[in-house]
Design a protein around this ligand. Structure first.
Ligand code: B12
Ligand code: SF4
Length: 490
């Protein structure tokens, strides 16, 4: 790269393995749109996809499941010599695009390969600045560890909607000094400078439409993720969401509908999208208005081409406001699946989790969702501190009682994520301290251990399977149930 202090920087945005194989990475699609809007030269690259292709790693595991990050890492590491060669080729391809800054989006499962690729980039091209950002780059996650890692020059803290473009604009290719702007930890000559936090984006309506143009048309599952809100209206004790997105904000309904139109019109091959939002019903007024706008859009699409339609899915909280009337309208707006965070069938445990809903309301919501023609899903968590065998039986009872109204269930074992309320106040939740293992924690009274949780988890999954309810299905399975046909049925 020639030294020229006045040339604007060119940015490469990279998703290292192992990233979820079904859809292009949404974070990079948004950052790419920001850079495009700012007129900054850039490219995106899904190296998780390219490396899987180079190594011939299939997307599905032998049992037909879409491989998750751990499976993919294991498959990718299967043959270290081939992996080494493939990584060198991949890094060669990135550098051939002549970036001045290479930005990696780093979340759980991608840390190791992001660092490995960054190291190779620095070895081949020491002048290229490496910037890390994403969910693993918060003060409460690995930001500081990443900033002190050899190949990383700067770490973007949290939301980087404005700060990445500002960094790229201020960056002088060839200069030994890096911009020191709010929102970054910057490392120079082995010392990390903390430049403070950048403000969170308040008005999501001002965000550009996500830009998927740089990703290959082939190689994904024909749907995509869109984000219409950030944050959450609840503060569940096991969740770290608040660290990632500090407060709840939503786009307005017209803004969301405009982006959906834009994305579907650009991608006639797509019939489905998932909202990446933690919840679609954080603002029920917006959901209600959006449903009406999307029903109009569906009608327009069908008028133009009777064979075409679109559908969407989302996660949601259990809330009284999910009435039959609203759900009917949501269905008319194309919703095909809503996955609710129930977590437990015991009112006591739901309260301990700080989830703030009545289990009886959850039953009404499930039934109303199904009656509206929407596939209802549930998240269930086993072994929250305070859960007794009787409480667990209530969860099993809930599943049995409501089986005809449940389209899928995803299960998990309660762990103690760093930064969650469980982690901050272990005594309050009856955990044995000091906490030695976030997964294998036990209660102070010894009644809730990893073995107890695993055993309950096995029983729950056995029941779900026995009832014929799809267990932990990837979204693509839902799609495979012919969404267009299902959407026509309603
Ligand atoms: C949608 C989503 C998914 C989708 C992703 C779809 C897609 N194709 O993009 C799917 C379902 C595939 C998914 C999977 C998983 N996910 Co997920 N997911 C989310 C979710 C709900 C939204 C992410 C998103 O798109 N946000 C919108 C984008 C624009 O925002 P963003 O990613 O935060 O990006 C901003 C900043 O982080 C930053 N940034 C991001 N990348 C970069 C890069 C650079 C260079 C810079 C400068 C800045 C930067 O700037 C962006 C704009 O402000 C978040 C929770 C949340 N609400 O954030 C969890 C979340 C990211 N997921 C999480 C997890 C744990 C997982 C899984 C590991 C779950 C599992 N156990 O299987 C898997 C596998 C992850 C993987 N390695 O592939 C965690 C990550 C925790 C962590 N510390 O890393 C989160 C935060 C949820 C949580 N609190 O637990 N996920
Ligand atoms: S509702 Fe979901 S995203 Fe919100 S705090 Fe609870 S678990 Fe986290």
């Amino acid at each position: 790269m020639p030294v020229s202090a006045n040339r604007p920087a060119r940015v490469g945005l990279i998703q290292a393995p192992a990233f979820f194989p079904g859809t292009p990475p949404g974070s990079l699609a948004l950052l790419s749109a920001h850079l495009k809007r700012s007129g900054l030269a850039h490219f995106v690259r899904d190296s998780s996809l390219s490396l899987r292709r180079r190594l011939g790693v299939p997307r599905a595991a032998p049992d037909g499941r879409l491989q998750d990050a751990n499976d993919l890492i294991a498959s990718i590491k299967n043959d270290p010599r081939r992996l080494d060669a493939a990584l060198n080729e991949e890094v060669g391809a990135i550098l051939a695009d002549e970036p001045d800054i290479v930005g990696f989006s780093v979340l759980v499962g991608t840390e190791e390969m992001s660092l490995d690729m960054a190291e190779r980039i620095k070895r081949e091209s020491p002048r290229t600045a490496v910037v890390f950002g994403g969910a693993q780059c918060l003060r409460d996650t690995l930001a500081e560890d990443m900033a002190s890692s050899g190949p990383v020059d700067a770490v973007a803290l949290g939301e980087a909607d404005a700060s990445l473009a500002a960094f790229a604009r201020a960056f002088r290719p060839g200069s030994k000094s890096l911009p020191k702007l709010p929102g970054f930890l910057v490392r120079e000559r082995g010392r990390v400078t903390d430049c403070g936090d950048a403000p969170e984006t308040k008005s999501l309506d001002d965000l550009p439409f996500m830009d998927f143009d740089g990703f290959p048309a082939q190689g994904y599952d024909g749907y995509f993720y869109l984000n219409a809100s950030r944050g959450c209206v609840r503060k569940c004790a096991f969740c770290t969401h608040i660290l990632q997105q500090k407060f709840y904000r939503s786009m307005s309904a017209p803004r969301i509908a405009a982006e959906i139109r834009h994305q579907f019109e650009r991608r006639p091959e797509c019939g489905f999208m998932m909202f990446g939002d933690s919840l679609i019903n954080g603002n029920v007024r917006v959901l209600s208005e959006l449903s009406i706008l999307l029903a109009q859009f569906r009608a327009e699409i069908r008028t133009r081409n009777p064979a075409r339609d679109f559908g969407w899915g989302a996660m949601a909280i259990v809330h009284k406001t999910m009435t039959p009337g609203l759900l009917k309208s949501v269905r008319q707006g194309g919703c095909q699946t809503l996955i609710y965070g129930l977590e437990s069938g015991s009112q006591k445990v739901v309260r301990l989790m700080n989830k703030n809903f009545a289990v009886s309301d959850a039953e009404d919501v499930l039934r109303a969702t199904k009656a509206a023609g929407i596939l209802p899903g549930l998240f269930l968590m086993v072994g929250f501190p305070g859960e007794t065998e009787e409480d667990f039986q209530e969860t099993l009872g809930f599943v049995r009682r409501n089986a005809p109204f449940i389209g899928q269930i995803s299960t998990s074992l309660c762990d103690v994520p760093k930064g969650s309320a469980l982690d901050a106040h272990p005594e309050r939740y009856g955990l044995k301290t000091p906490l030695r293992d976030r997964l294998r924690w036990e209660s102070a009274d010894g009644s809730n251990t990893y073995a107890v949780r695993q055993e309950r988890h096995g029983r729950l999954e056995g029941l779900v399977r026995g009832l014929g309810i799809p267990l932990n299905p990837p979204t693509v399975r839902i799609l495979n149930q012919a969404p267009r046909e299902r959407s026509r049925a309603n």
